[in-house]
Design a binder for this molecule. Structure first.
Ligand code: M6R
Length: 605
């Protein structure tokens, strides 16, 4: 999704803007651009494709200037093209934008009547001309706030001005934005990760904030043009630095480090001496929870679906799950006896944030499970449970998924123990089993050679089906999501028991069908469903922990995962599915870290 950088300095800024834009590449984008103030004029350069291409343009034709803004664009309004790339500049101002201006068509008509000529198909250009117009009659802060008043939708903005040549302005409503404090320069950025190489002193903007950066000061204003003070945070030094190490890409690194990230997470929550889970200051007494509502998007939603089974199994609490983009627009009956849990790797997903915001406005208790502890979702929720997975850069979520599952599992058993719905003995046994999980993940990761062979079968297919029952059903959904986002194949996840109600019609000779059949109470039933697939020519890839040379000679591949408690099988079932998606995409020469059309941090709805 779009990313913004701004720097006000006492030296040339273009090279630092480029380096910081590279840090935002993980978000997914299709074009890039930069604008600086050079000899009193706005100097704008932009291109389609990668930041590397922009860097080459700057190499041939440098952008001098001690102040500037940069952008990576993920197209919403208008195709990816040079003209639609940001910044969007007039003679007077240059603007970079992350978000969507919902009333841009009406605003555009008004501005055209005033004689402004639009070059692009973007919604952003209206901001450029609105501001240009208002600056004729108002001072800087008033003109900015009056511009913002006219905009519907969500935005984070970075703006530079011909007239105010030492000032970068930032503004936020709905989309994330942070400022960073450096020696002799100050920064604006879509996230702290982009600024981390330059500073660890950060302030996050809240909705409605406007900030004004010069080389040696940062000021904040509210929508009434009044100065406000904001807290400066010192970012932690993350041990898990975001480089690929010896791996070819971030995704393979992130898949392979799951044993370690699981260990880190377990160590954060489990008190090994007391055999207990550390969970203090919970926002609602577990005994008083009447219902749990789990909300997320994409992979995070799949972790919510998985956790529903755990909560229902261990506690007597009714559980609902919801996709954030649906929850936020439904007529919800809120109750302060319910616990609303939000799951998000980035902590910046627009729909999840909006759903959380809706809960906050209805005064109910919220908890977030995030990877990025400084994120907007973490900051807004009453209680935060970090997953401690370290930065996840690959667009496809892998180690964050297993991290989310871990924290949800830990939460489910702790809440159930406090409510006395599981006894001490069961509780301690579950903790003991959990402590063994990192080693089991490590063992499971050894299936890479086998999965590489299986992946070849997916090169000649139009699609694939993933089936599971119980806890393996959400994992089937996750396997299908991973495959579609990385390999661009049509993939469906289904509860195995639903096949006869329609999807069985899809089975034809050679269609790959991945069957998740752990040796749990559903095993026999899943195997029957598998036989129905085989009978119709489906090419079955069976993943199971039942090791006695299973059942049918017509299975194309059987992949064995280690034994563990039935409740922990989702962790082990997930690993081969992540690897499968990874290897199919690699064989197809896809960019596994940046699949087409997708963004890491989905900051527009
Ligand atoms: O940052 P979040 O966890 O809130 O992101 C939610 C989804 O956008 C994300 O999980 C997406 O589905 C992944 N690309 C899937 O691999």
């Amino acid at each position: 999704m779009c990313g913004i950088i701004g720097i006000a300095s006492n030296k040339s800024v273009s090279s630092n803007i480029i380096q910081s834009l590279k840090k935002l590449e993980y978000r997914g984008y299709d074009s890039a651009g930069i604008a600086t103030i050079k000899d009193g004029f706005i100097d704008e350069k932009k291109c389609t494709g990668r930041v590397d291409s922009l860097e080459k343009i700057l190499f041939k034709n440098p952008s001098a200037g001690f102040l500037g803004i940069g952008h990576v664009r993920w197209a919403t309004h208008g195709v990816p093209s040079q003209v639609n790339a940001h910044p969007h500049s007039s003679e007077e101002v240059s603007v970079v934008h992350n978000g969507i201006i919902e009333n841009s068509s009406e605003l555009k008509k008004d501005l055209e009547k005033k004689g402004y000529k639009f070059k692009s198909q973007t919604d952003t250009e209206v901001i450029t001309f609105l501001l240009t117009d208002l600056l004729k009659n108002f001072d800087l802060i008033k003109a900015v706030n009056k511009t913002l008043e006219k905009l519907n939708g969500s935005f984070a903005l970075g703006i530079i001005f011909k007239k105010y040549k030492d000032i970068v302005v930032g503004a936020r409503r709905g989309s994330p934005l942070a400022v960073g404090y450096g020696p002799d320069e100050n920064y604006l950025g879509s996230d702290s990760y982009a600024l981390k190489s330059m500073t660890n002193k950060i302030t996050y903007l809240d909705d409605g904030d406007v900030c004004l950066l010069t080389q040696n000061k940062i000021e904040f204003y509210n929508s009434n043009n009044k100065k406000v003070n904001k807290e400066i945070l010192t970012l932690s030094n993350d041990k898990n630095t975001a480089d690929k190490g010896t791996y070819k890409d971030f995704m393979s690194k992130e898949i392979n480090e799951q044993s370690q990230t699981a260990k880190n997470c377990i160590n954060e929550y489990i008190d090994h001496l007391r055999k207990d889970i550390n969970l203090y200051n919970f926002p609602i007494k577990p005994q008083e929870i009447k219902k749990i509502i789990l909300i997320g998007c994409g992979t995070a939603y799949h972790s919510c679906l998985t956790a529903k089974y755990w909560f229902e199994e261990f506690s007597n609490i009714p559980v609902e799950t919801d996709v954030a983009s649906e929850f936020r627009y439904r007529k919800i009956k809120f109750s302060n006896k319910n616990l609303y849990i939000f799951v998000s790797q980035s902590g910046e997903t627009a729909d999840t944030f909006a759903a959380l915001d809706m809960c906050k406005k209805n005064n109910v208790k919220t908890c977030s499970i995030v990877n990025t502890v400084e994120s907007s979702i973490a900051r807004l929720s009453d209680f935060v449970l970090p997953i401690h997975a370290g930065p996840e850069i690959g667009v496809a979520s892998t180690k964050a998924f297993t991290g989310q599952l871990l924290v949800l599992f830990i939460l489910a058993i702790k809440i159930s123990q406090i409510r006395k719905e599981i006894n001490e003995n069961t509780y301690i046994k579950k903790i003991d089993k959990l402590k063994k999980l990192p080693d089991l993940i490590k063992k499971t990761l050894k299936c890479q050679d086998e999965v590489q062979i299986i992946a070849k079968d997916f090169l000649s297919t139009k699609g694939a089906i993933f089936l599971g029952r119980g806890l393996s059903f959400p994992i089937a959904l996750e396997g299908a999501l991973k495959l579609k986002e990385l390999s661009y194949l049509h993939a469906e996840g289904y509860p195995a028991g639903e096949m006869k109600h329609g999807p069985l019609a899809l089975i034809e000779e050679g269609l790959p069908v991945v069957i998740l059949a752990p040796n749990d109470r559903y095993f026999e039933k899943t195997i029957s469903n598998m036989q129905e697939v085989i009978a119709r020519g489906g090419k079955v890839i069976l993943i199971s922990n039942k090791n006695n040379n299973i059942i049918s000679e017509n299975i194309r591949f059987t992949l064995e995962v280690p034994q563990t408690d039935d409740y922990l099988m989702p962790f082990l079932m997930t690993i081969p599915l992540q690897l499968l998606a990874y290897y199919v995409a690699s064989l197809k020469n896809h960019d596994v870290d940046k699949p087409r059309n997708l963004a890491k941090s989905v900051t527009v709805e």
